[in-house]
Write a protein that binds this ligand. Structure first.
Ligand SMILES: [Zn+2]
Length: 304
C-alpha cells in the first residue's frame, strides 16, 4: 500500500499559530529559513528514494523561485498552498479567487505545467467556506486536501469522509478530496496524519496508525509536514502558550522520526496514490452543500 507524503512549504513565521502576533507586512523582516529547511527535506526524501507532493505558498514561490525549480528538478510534484496563508473563511470569495489564481499562475510558470493539487492554509475549508471548492474547480484544480475531518478550534468538518472521495457541487462540477489521515476511536476521531500530531504524540502512535490504515482499513494514509518542523534552531516568536506548544514541541526529534517513518512504510506523491486507489475501487461520490454531506447514489445502469 502506497501512502501520500506531502510538505506544506512555508516559513516558520508564516504559520497560522503566529498570525495574531506577526503581521504579513513584517514577513520580509524575518530571516528566511524555508529554502535551507526544504533542502533538508529533499535530502531526507532522496535518502529513502521517496517522491512527494510539495504544496508551496505563492508568497514564497515569488521570492524564492529557485526553490520551486529545485523541488521540481528532483522529481517531486509541485502543488499550491495558496498565496498569503490567510485563512479562507476570513476572506471574501473574490479575495480568495484572486490570490489563489496568483499563486497557481506563479507556480505553473516555474514548473511549466498545470498545478493539479491545492491545500488551504490551516485546512481552512470548513462548513463556512465550502464555496471555496467552487473556486478551486473553476481554477482547474484536480484535487484538494484542505478538509480535515476532525473537531479543532481553527479547522475541520467533523464527520466528513476520512478517505479519498469525489466532492460534487452540482451542475456537473466536482473535485477529488484526499483528507489528512485520522483514526476512529469510538466516538472520537484522532488526527494521525502528521504535522504537530506527529511531533506531540509518541512516534509509535503515528507509525501504528498508518499500519492500521493500510492493513486493517485497506486505505492509503495522507501524511503532511512543514520544513520548519525539522529546524530546532529557528528564531523563537513570542506567542500564546498554546501556539508555542503546538509550534515548538519536539522540533529536535522530528527529523529522526521522519527517517524512521520513511524507512518503515511506503510513501509517494498524491497523484500516484490517487491513480493506484482509483484502479482498486471507484471513488465514492459525496455531495457537499449547506445542508451537509451526503452520499450520491450511483446512477443505475440502463437495462438494454
Ligand atoms: Zn500552511
Amino acid at each position: 500500500m502506497q501512502n501520500a507524503f506531502t510538505v506544506d512549504v512555508e516559513d516558520y513565521f508564516q504559520v497560522s499559530a503566529f498570525e495574531a502576533v506577526v503581521d504579513r507586512d513584517q514577513w520580509v523582516r524575518f530571516p528566511s529559513r524555508v529554502e535551507d529547511n526544504t533542502g533538508r527535506v529533499l535530502d531526507l526524501l532522496d535518502r529513502h528514494g521517496t517522491k512527494a507532493t510539495f504544496f508551496v505558498l505563492g508568497w514564497v514561490a515569488e521570492r524564492q523561485p529557485q526553490l520551486v525549480r529545485e523541488i521540481d528538478r528532483r522529481g517531486h510534484d509541485v502543488a499550491c498552498h495558496g498565496y498569503s496563508h490567510r485563512l479562507i473563511y476570513n476572506q471574501t470569495p473574490a479575495e480568495f479567487a484572486d490570490e489563489t489564481r496568483r499563486a497557481k499562475d506563479v507556480l505553473e510558470q516555474l514548473v511549466g505545467r498545470p498545478v493539479r493539487g491545492y491545500r488551504a492554509a490551516s485546512y481552512s475549508i470548513t462548513r463556512r467556506s465550502l464555496w471555496a471548492l467552487d473556486t478551486l474547480i473553476e481554477l482547474g484544480f484536480a484535487y484538494d486536501s484542505s478538509i480535515f475531518p476532525v473537531r479543532h478550534d481553527r479547522y475541520g468538518i467533523p464527520g466528513a469522509p476520512r478517505f479519498p472521495h469525489v466532492i460534487e457541487r452540482g451542475a456537473g462540477r466536482s473535485i477529488v478530496e484526499f483528507p489528512v489521515s485520522t483514526l476512529n476511536l469510538g466516538a472520537y476521531r484522532l488526527p494521525v496524519g502528521g504535522g504537530g500530531y506527529f511531533r506531540i504524540f509518541p512516534y509509535w502512535l503515528s507509525a501504528g496508525a498508518i499500519a492500521y490504515l493500510n492493513r486493517r482499513e485497506r486505505q492509503p494514509a495522507m501524511f503532511y509536514m512543514h520544513p520548519w518542523e525539522i529546524d530546532p534552531l529557528q528564531p523563537r516568536i513570542a506567542a500564546s502558550l498554546l501556539s508555542r506548544f503546538r509550534h515548538y514541541y519536539h522540533l529536535d526529534k522530528c527529523e529522526l522520526r521522519l527517517e524512521r517513518l520513511l524507512a518503515g512504510a511506503r510513501f509517494t506523491n498524491v497523484d500516484a496514490v490517487l491513480a493506484d486507489y482509483g484502479q482498486r475501487q471507484p471513488l465514492e461520490r459525496m455531495r457537499y452543500d449547506d445542508s451537509g454531506i451526503s452520499l450520491v447514489a450511483p446512477v443505475p445502469l440502463a437495462v438494454a
